[in-house]
Design a protein around this ligand. Structure first.
Ligand code: GLN
Ligand code: ZN
Length: 741
């Protein structure tokens, strides 16, 4: 009979109890013992859930107080010098200082950088390596958890990140592979310790096998895993996910490991080749339950696909979720906000365990055929691309910019902001009262209008050139639109960890998307009525709405994206008709839907960029379209950014080095339209000095022509206080004036 297991489970707790405990501990409200107790509770529930669902092995070792990559850095002693002080007496606080710069004990210090885990919205702490890096093993945390699980009666399978993926994720040295000879002994020792702890299986995650790996890295696999296999007393399961293995498929199965996991949701075409490659002494773990989405699995489809494999492989076929369930919400049972009809179509992590169990029964020889789910008739991605073939505006930028300058008469180096202004406690309170029905819609609207009027008044006093209404009505830039568009549903407890204690609750795209009525026009119109200066309309772009939601699985993502783009195009035209002459369409998540394999980039951008352009392809030449992007690596996607054809792009850059700007400013191949590189970091409470901003602008003018340069902060200001925002913007406006003259 096929076996069942998972690659990992969410660790936030069914009611986000770990988040609450972490935050209480950081604030000094609870002590470390209380925090440790909550962690132990979450772990035991996670293990219990796996056992109760009848999984063959209990996967563990995936728990983290903040991040699993940071767990490894600590385990291998790869902690930068600046965090050393006080570490000996309080290991957990040292860990938190790396993660967030401060902890109840120890001095505050600059935290390590965080970045996205492959193509997910989970952020890990980037290992910081130095050329003379050394490693030393301290696996006590992990070993203690192994004992803890064994004491609770579990047949454990600890999970660790493989040495090559771990090195790949780090920064600070030219070639992290050079560090492998120093790191490998730690892994060998770790595997020995796990075997001594009686772990029959160890899961080693090597997701970079799904990337376009340089030959040097590919070639490192065989010798590395030979060394590990020789030392390991446990069986090794090599786990890959998020991407097809392609040229690395043979490589993976050729390694001296006892099993290989593939992501059959992302690469269903690799299931049959994998079954042909798997050796007699190996297991094939098929990741068929989607770990990245909330929909119930079409088990009949997998029953048909897997039955022949089950027959051939028997116990050597393992059934699993595609990737760790870290990226799924915890338990549908705790869901309060959804209608039963919707709930029945969904599966959160706990329900996915039951699906594995059902599938295990269904692939047994002679099992009854499961009822098939009717397929949705849909257009293909290629058809969407074809429809988006020509979405360019009627006039080229050169013609548009002339009419726009004529219309707006803006000064050189025009000043603006990215959209949101502080979301004050009062505002949050009023929204909460409105949502819970304590105050009527009219009162809420009145309050929002007052917020908008106040934002306009302040911007007038500051002397900004292009104003914004401030986004007081939005709690979240995607949820706000999702709530107004038909086709979305919203969960009450569909939380997924984003980083540390932070969780997000993405809306679910559950049907065809359309716009029943205007979404932002009343706010923008009102704001514009209060000022003679232009007030920007403010929308979230189609690609960002798609990428920050759970997508449908029955139709291609491109099809939903075009539906959103159609709804947004109506909104754009309504804004234009209402006299809003500058409209910003934010796309901070443009990069996020990008396939991990470069070969898929062109097709993705063809529809993603096409959808963005579609939203504004019908506006008049005199209407100025802005877009905004932040916190992503723009360099490799410059062509796509240019192809958005926005009249103005504002980008985050204050925290990045000049390399980013060079991509935008390059002599040829740079950004051809107008551009506002953020001149100060809005994530810091520090108010930037005027001279600092003047210098920054002068630096920028060395690479960006004067007539193209806009002056603005990095990103939206909603997380700041009005006091900070007022002083910072005043300095920014004055800096622009200084540089103008
Ligand atoms: N307009 C949004 C804001 O100012 C943009 C946010 C973002 O880029 N993530 O808040
Ligand atoms: Zn931003």
């Amino acid at each position: 009979m096929a076996q069942t297991h998972i690659l990992g489970y969410p660790r936030i707790g069914a009611q986000r109890e770990l988040k609450r405990a972490q935050e209480a501990y950081w604030k000094g409200e609870i002590d470390q013992r209380a925090l440790l107790a909550v962690g132990a509770q979450v772990r035991s529930q996670n293990w219990q859930a796996q056992q109760a669902a009848g999984l063959t092995l209990t996967t563990m070792g995936d728990f983290a107080w903040y991040d699993q990559v940071l767990n490894h850095s600590l385990m291998f002693g790869a902690i930068p010098e600046r965090f050393a002080a006080g570490a000996a007496d309080n290991k957990l606080d040292q860990y938190f200082r790396v993660a967030r710069g401060r902890a109840p004990s120890g001095e505050p210090v600059a935290a390590s950088a965080m970045t996205k885990w492959f193509d997910t919205n989970y952020h890990y702490l980037v290992p910081e390596f130095t050329a003379d890096q050394s490693f030393s093993l301290d696996a006590e945390w992990l070993l203690a958890e192994v004992r803890e699980a064994q004491n609770l009666g579990h047949n454990v399978k600890p999970v660790i990140i493989g040495p090559l993926t771990y090195l790949w994720l780090g920064r600070g040295v030219d070639n992290a592979l050079d560090l492998l000879p120093k790191l490998l002994p730690c892994y060998i020792e770790l595997l020995e310790q796990l075997a001594n702890a009686a772990a029959q299986w160890v899961q080693i995650d090597e997701p970079i096998l799904g990337l376009d790996l340089p030959a040097l890295w590919r070639n490192a696999y065989a010798p590395t895993y030979e060394a590990l296999a020789k030392a390991s007393g446990s069986k090794l399961l090599l786990a890959t996910y998020f991407s097809p293995l392609r040229e690395n498929l043979d490589l993976a199965f050729g390694l001296p490991v006892d099993g290989v996991h593939i992501d059959a949701v992302r690469a269903p075409e690799e299931l049959v080749p994998a079954a042909a490659l798997v050796r007699d002494d190996q297991v094939l773990s098929a990741g068929v339950i989607n770990g990245r989405n909330v929909w119930r699995t079409d088990l009949a489809r997998w029953q048909r696909a897997l039955q022949p494999l089950a027959e051939k492989l028997g116990e050597r076929l393992w059934l699993s979720a595609s990737c760790s369930l870290l990226h799924s919400p915890v338990d549908l049972e705790t869901e309060t906000a959804l209608a039963d009809t919707d709930k029945h179509k969904l599966a959160y992590s706990r329900q996915k365990l039951d699906e594995l169990n059902a599938l295990q029964q269904a692939v047994k020889p002679g099992a009854e055929a499961l009822p098939t789910i009717a397929q949705t008739q849909s257009r293909s991605e290629a058809e969407v691309r074809a429809e988006l073939d020509n979405t360019w505006r009627a006039q080229k930028f050169a013609e548009r910019v002339a009419v726009q300058r004529e219309r707006w008469q803006l000064p050189q180096l025009p000043t603006t902001t990215i959209g949101s202004f502080p979301q004050t406690d009062v505002l949050r309170q009023v929204r909460k009262q409105y949502k819970s029905g304590e105050i009527p819609a009219q009162d809420y609207n009145d309050h929002l209008r007052a917020e908008i009027a106040e934002a306009i008044r302040r911007q007038e006093i500051l002397g900004l050139d292009v104003l914004v209404h401030g986004e007081a009505e939005r709690n979240d830039m995607v949820e706000y639109f999702g709530e107004q568009l038909d086709g979305f549903i919203h969960t009450g407890n569909g939380w997924v960890q984003s980083y540390g204690s932070r969780c997000v609750k993405p809306p679910i795209i559950a049907g065809d998307i359309s716009r029943p009525q205007a979404m932002t026009v009343q706010w923008s119109e009102y704001a514009q009525s209060l000022s003679k200066k232009p007030v920007k309309g403010m929308l979230t772009g189609p690609v960002t709405i798609l990428n920050w939601s759970f997508p449908r699985e029955d139709i291609p993502r491109a099809v939903s994206c075009l539906q959103i783009a159609k709804a947004l195009r109506q909104e754009v035209l309504d804004l234009e008709a209402a006299g809003i002459g500058i409209i910003q369409i934010d796309e901070p998540a443009l990069r996020e839907g990008l396939p991990l394999r470069v070969s898929g980039h062109n097709d993705y951008f063809a529809w993603a960029v096409g959808c963005f352009r579609y939203t504004c392809s019908e506006v008049k030449a005199e209407t100025q379209i802005h877009t905004h992007m932040c916190y992503s690596n723009f360099n490799s996607i410059m062509d796509a950014i240019v192809a958005l054809d926005a009249d103005v792009i504002t980008i985050e850059s204050a925290r990045s080095d000049l390399r980013l700007l060079q991509a935008f400013a390059g002599e040829e191949g740079g950004y051809p339209n107008e551009i506002g590189p953020g001149i100060y970091d809005i994530h810091s409470p520090n108010v930037p000095e005027r001279t600092e901003l003047v210098n920054r602008l002068r630096e920028l003018l060395k690479v960006i022509p004067r007539e193209k340069l806009w002056v603005n902060p990095d990103c939206g200001l909603k997380t700041r206080s009005w006091a900070e925002v007022g002083s910072a913007l005043l300095n920014m406006v004055e800096a622009a004036r200084t540089v103008r003259t």
